[in-house]
Design a protein around this ligand. Structure first.
Ligand code: MG
Length: 518
């Protein structure tokens, strides 16, 4: 109980309004249920025995229903309308709290329980059907499920409401305040510029299309040691964080003192687990560096998927795939896996920075990745506005892929069936991946771009401090666009990303002999 009092006292230095203090106290149970759900989700993906799945689904559904009933309770609406009258007198934390809670209440009350349950039922079936359809290369099997999912998403968009385009209502679920207009403005520049840079890279030939290390195998025990050494180098706080193994790498947090990442070892092509570790580390660091005073409140947690992804992409690509990091990585891999001992740091750099158009999004390099997202964005928007039917989707996918990347998928698993997102009902989610890349490049530019001393180290401590101050510590206090304006000098824009790609892929190669000589 003393611990509880102590945490309130720290929070009360930020939250002074008695109305909001009462709200925070009464909403702590929601935080606790979120905590329990996160831990259950982690366990489901890591250690749960296979047959635990049925009971776990029942428990999860009950907890979700309980959370929904708290978020739609009359007492909460009463407190919110009282807070609304006090809004002008609030400080930034109080305004943030009011914004986050009213947004949650608005979303939860717009969607009737029947619709939420229908979505849960169809997506849990669709996920299994999608797996089989992908294995059997049979889009027709998945089609009726996707049709119903699209219908449900369209109904959700209508109920949530929007000003310009129904797709905006879905975007907002993943990235508060994001509209198609913002996404169009990013892609209008990014798509043609990416094609131009890609053509120049291919003409010059410094970055290889393929590297022989991609075919080299490794032992899992040694790979685990590699991961431990990388995370030690990044000063991963082992008393507040863990690493485990799962089929698909992810990060989950149970508050600022319990953050967990996972990794997958495939036995070949070690850069895959090295970079997924760097990626998840970036997500974990965001959670670990939040202001602990926000704990147990609706203000704790990353502000949006796009901002979260910017953190993972920053560590994965901008730090992790830089020439300066190669000296660090080579030492670690030389000592653990040993497969790089005969190679130069420059050769390692070329291995981790291959550039080749591929039909598969998750295999894409940092140059071509956003073209994959643009394809999904364009098709999703058409599905939601009703200008494209689900049965037209495979053909639309293949021809757009050919236009963007010059590749025609050889089968549905290489094309329209490759991602799990639609089976989960996640439409409007993909654009946040590109926002992550654009925001990561905005961070690069704010740090000084090519001249950044922190990146040339890399100076891990300085980078962590910089990100902590500008982004992490704020939790959800400021909405994403405002956070970006305050911390990085502008909203989502492709400018910094284009500048970064041009610098790294077209200008940097001529300076690399000096970098690697040092
Ligand atoms: Mg991620």
């Amino acid at each position: 109980m003393a611990e509880q009092e102590n945490s309130w006292n720290k929070l009360w230095s930020l939250i002074r309004s008695p109305t909001l203090r009462e709200m925070v106290k009464r909403l702590r149970v929601l935080w606790a249920l979120g905590h329990a759900s996160a831990l259950m989700g982690w366990d489901l993906e890591t250690y749960m025995p296979k047959k635990g799945i049925r009971d776990r689904s029942v428990a999860s559904e009950e907890i979700s229903a309980l959370m929904h009933s708290i978020a739609t309770a009359p007492w909460l609406r009463e407190l919110l309308s009282k807070a609304e009258k006090e809004l002008n007198a609030y400080n930034e934390y109080e305004k943030g709290l009011y914004r986050v809670v009213s947004r949650m209440v608005r979303i939860e009350t717009s969607l009737p329980e029947e619709l939420v349950r229908r979505e849960a039922r169809i997506t849990s079936k669709a996920t299994k059907v999608w797996e089989e359809a992908k294995k059997q290369e049979d889009f027709a099997r998945f089609k009726p499920y996707l049709e119903e999912i699209v219908e449900i998403q369209r109904e959700k968009a209508e109920r949530l409401g929007y000003e310009e385009h129904p797709y905006d209502a879905l975007l907002d679920l993943y990235e508060e305040g994001l509209r198609s207009r913002d996404v169009d403005q990013v892609f209008d520049k990014l798509v043609p510029e990416t094609k131009r840079v890609l053509a120049a890279i291919e003409r010059r030939g410094y970055y290889p299309r393929w590297h022989p290390l991609e075919g080299v195998g490794y032992e899992e025990a040694k790979a685990r040691e590699t991961v431990r050494r990388i995370l030690d180098y990044l000063d991963y706080p082992w008393d507040r964080a863990r690493v485990d193994v799962s089929a698909h790498p992810f990060t989950i947090d149970m508050g600022v003192n319990d953050v967990r990442i996972t990794v997958r070892y495939e036995g070949v092509d070690f850069k895959r687990f090295v970079y997924s570790t760097m990626h998840e580390y970036g997500h974990a660091l965001y959670e670990l560096q939040q202001d602990p005073r926000l704990s147990y409140t609706p203000l704790i947690g990353g502000v949006s998927l796009g901002v979260h992804e910017s953190q993972s992409r920053f560590w994965e690509n901008i730090v992790g795939r830089s020439p300066w990091y190669m000296l660090v990585l080579k030492k670690i891999v030389d000592d653990t896996l040993g497969v790089t001992r005969g190679l130069s740091a420059e050769e390692l750099y070329r291995y981790v920075n291959t550039v080749r158009p591929s039909p598969i999004r998750v295999d894409a390099d940092e140059v071509t990745y956003n073209l994959h997202i643009y394809l999904r964005y364009k098709l999703e928007k058409q599905l939601i506005e009703g200008s494209l039917r689900v049965d037209e989707l495979p053909e639309a996918w293949d021809s757009l892929m050919e236009q963007l990347l010059g590749i025609r998928p050889r089968s549905p698993s290489e094309g329209v069936l490759q991602d799990i997102h639609w089976a989960h009902g996640s439409i409007g989610y993909f654009p946040t991946y590109t926002l992550g890349n654009t925001v990561a490049a905005m961070i690069w530019r704010s740090l000084g771009g090519p001249d950044s001393q922190q990146l040339r180290g890399p100076d891990v401590e300085a980078l962590k401090k910089w990100l902590g101050e500008r982004i992490h510590r704020w939790g959800r206090v400021h909405p994403p666009k405002e956070l970006l304006c305050r911390s990085l000098g502008g909203e989502y824009s492709a400018d910094a990303l284009v500048e970064y790609l041009e610098w790294k892929y077209l200008r940097l190669p001529s300076q690399l002999p000096d970098v690697f000589k040092a």
